[in-house]
Design a protein around this ligand. Structure first.
Ligand code: ATP
Length: 582
């Protein structure tokens, strides 16, 4: 029922002590309230003067108020503590996602991240808020009421005490059944979120292909499955609540019958009999309340488990800092024996195998290959998102690196993917990506150099125009130019990694962009993955990938016409692509 990891939360001991104190006071108030009520009833039964009622009634109401105040206080303490932990966990989870990188997010799904960060944390909050006070209530309220009932009437105390194992036994059986169903339900919830986010992101494609309805049906099917799983969890939860209610009512009835007979026999007086009867439901109340909230706590427990698993996932080690001034004209990077396998790929299936090459100074290197040959995997590895398998040798100006997840390397490079991410912000802020404190004049100059001036002139708000999700849409070419402006703004980053930056652009836009890009290449190390072969004449070194291996590498002039992998690739591309080399 209780996730042990809760006890590792900061300040948990103090919180539990505080809640224990509040539950203890509440338990005492419950006993005192019952005493006051019973004394008042006994006084009425004995036809005593109305003034004899004053003290018991006052005691009853005072204890009643204390009891309610303790509920308010426990709620406030638990809510505050839950909020405090959610506020602590949210940035930790975000930081962990950053550490694990896009490769992890790709594997687990965006929907899963949304589930953890939004619904998951809400459920964890409800869990902490509910389970902590319920736990201390379950310890103190039954104990104190049992002690008092036993003191007043040991037989009633014994009945209450004997009922406990039976109730816990049923709680455990039903709890286990609900647990299994709830695990399934939570897994379905994540699947549902993943397929929903996936469908929303892919909606334009689905519409174009005319299969949006099919996906709508799929979401309907998944959500129906989720609904049914939820209903079955609720069914088990209701059965357990019913079973608990049944047994507690039975126990109270047994006590009532016993006491009734003993009152008639005269073996017990009215006060102990009545106080036992009034306290019997109080004895079971915390257990029943825990049963009522069991469903909510199960979801929270699952969500907490997911948060813990995420936080415990080992992040790729950040390579320790090196004494390296950054990439310069004399710099050398050499790789050998670099392999990479996706975690979910078959055992011996490597997306990259035994990669080796050397990059020097402001060289321009093209990585070409058929679709699926490993170009993006290679760029993600060079950007530090994919970690090479053991046995790789990476040497950066004489420093041995185990991966490119190296702060100085990453601070020296700019990575431009096929579709650069445009944040929901102004164009200027999007350009300031690497240099947040760049001046307006510097941003405007970078935008101009990237060829954005004509377009900006058409926008009433110019650089202040809001773009990105939920804002003004932009074309693929404009997105690439913004990404270029980012690079131009930060002249310290001398390494440019391009992953097919013009893949989604038409020939005219690509040509215009090329005019901006090629001059930029001059004072940078450029590693450029592409299947558009007209870029090759602008490159110093060509690396041809086939099935994750380098099948040919060298200068374009050396590779052309020798019937090797590059010639085969050019032949396959045919037509317009081939014409570039004639
Ligand atoms: N996240 C992933 N998990 C498992 N396998 C993957 C993943 N991403 C890519 N692969 C596999 O790795 C291989 C190389 O893929 P990669 O995307 O690097 O190729 P590419 O040359 O960039 O292709 P394209 O030109 O079509 O973008 C392919 O066989 C692909 O199926």
């Amino acid at each position: 029922m209780i996730d042990k990891s809760l006890f590792q939360f900061p300040r948990m001991r103090q919180q539990m002590m505080l809640l224990s104190l509040l539950s203890f006071i509440q338990a005492a108030a419950i006993v005192v309230q019952a005493m006051g009520l019973t004394q008042a009833l006994v006084a009425i039964w004995q036809l005593r003067k109305i003034s004899a009622l004053a003290v018991p009634v006052l005691v009853f109401f005072s204890a009643f108020i204390v009891r309610q105040l303790m509920d308010v206080a426990k709620n406030a303490v638990a809510t505050h503590y839950a909020d405090e932990n959610i506020t602590r966990l949210r940035p930790q989870i975000q930081a962990q996602y950053f550490r694990l990188g896009p490769a992890y997010l790709h594997r687990t799904g965006t929907g899963s991240a949304v589930t953890v960060l939004i619904d998951g944390l809400d459920q964890v909050k409800t869990y902490i808020q509910t389970v902590l006070p319920k736990m201390t209530d379950m310890i103190f309220i039954p104990t104190l009421t049992l002690i008092y009932v036993w003191y007043e009437n040991w037989l009633s105390g014994l009945v209450l005490f004997l009922m406990l194992p039976l109730i816990f036994f049923f709680m455990a059986i039903l709890g286990l059944a609900a647990r299994a169903k709830s695990d399934q339900q939570y897994a379905d919830f994540t699947t549902l979120n993943n397929s929903f986010v996936d469908t929303i992101l892919g909606l334009p494609t689905l519409k174009v292909l005319g299969i949006a309805d099919q996906y709508e049906d799929q979401i309907y099917t998944v959500s129906e499955r989720f609904r049914k799983k939820t209903m079955s969890v609720i069914r088990v939860a209701l059965t357990s609540t019913f079973a608990l209610d049944f047994f507690t009512t039975l126990a109270i009835a047994i006590i009532a019958v016993f006491l009734g007979f003993r009152l008639i026999n005269g073996t017990v007086t009215l006060y102990p009999a009545l106080v036992s009867l009034i306290l019997a439901p109080e004895f079971f109340l915390p257990i029943r309340q825990f049963g009522d909230d069991y469903h909510a706590t199960l979801n929270g427990k699952n969500a907490l488990q997911q948060v813990n698993d995420l936080l415990a996932t080992p992040a790729p080690a950040v390579v320790p800092p090196i004494d390296w001034p950054g990439w310069g004209t004399d710099s050398t990077l050499s790789l050998s024996g670099v392999s990479f396998r996706y975690p979910d790929a078959a055992k011996d299936t490597f997306a990259l195998q035994d990669i080796g090459f050397t990059a020097q100074g402001m060289e321009k290197i093209a990585i070409v290959g058929r679709s699926g040959s490993g170009k993006s995997t290679m760029m993600n590895l060079l950007a530090g998102f994919n970690q090479p398998a053991s046995g790789a040798h990476i040497s950066l100006d004489g420093h041995d690196l185990t991966s490119f997840n190296q702060p100085q390397w990453q601070d020296s490079m700019s990575y431009i993917p096929q579709e650069p991410y445009i944040f929901s912000a102004s164009i200027a802020d999007n350009i300031r990506f690497y240099v947040p404190d760049a001046s307006d004049a510097a941003v405007a100059a970078a935008a101009d150099q990237a060829g954005l001036t004509d377009w900006l002139g058409q926008l009433p708000d110019g650089l202040a125009t809001m773009i990105g999700e939920g804002q003004r849409g932009i074309s693929g070419g404009q997105g690439q130019r913004i990404a270029l402006a980012r690079v131009l703004l930060d002249s310290r980053r001398k390494i440019l990694l391009f992953d097919e930056p013009t893949a989604h652009l038409d020939i005219e836009t690509e040509y215009a962009l090329k005019q901006t890009l090629v001059p930029l290449f001059a004072d940078h190390l450029v590693i450029f993955a592409t299947h558009r072969l007209h870029w090759l004449p602008a490159m110093d070194q060509i690396i041809v990938l086939e099935n994750g291996r380098i099948s040919e590498q060298g200068r374009l002039s050396d590779l052309r016409g020798r019937g090797g992998a590059l010639d085969r690739l050019i032949e396959e591309m045919g037509g317009k692509q081939n014409a570039v080399f004639k």
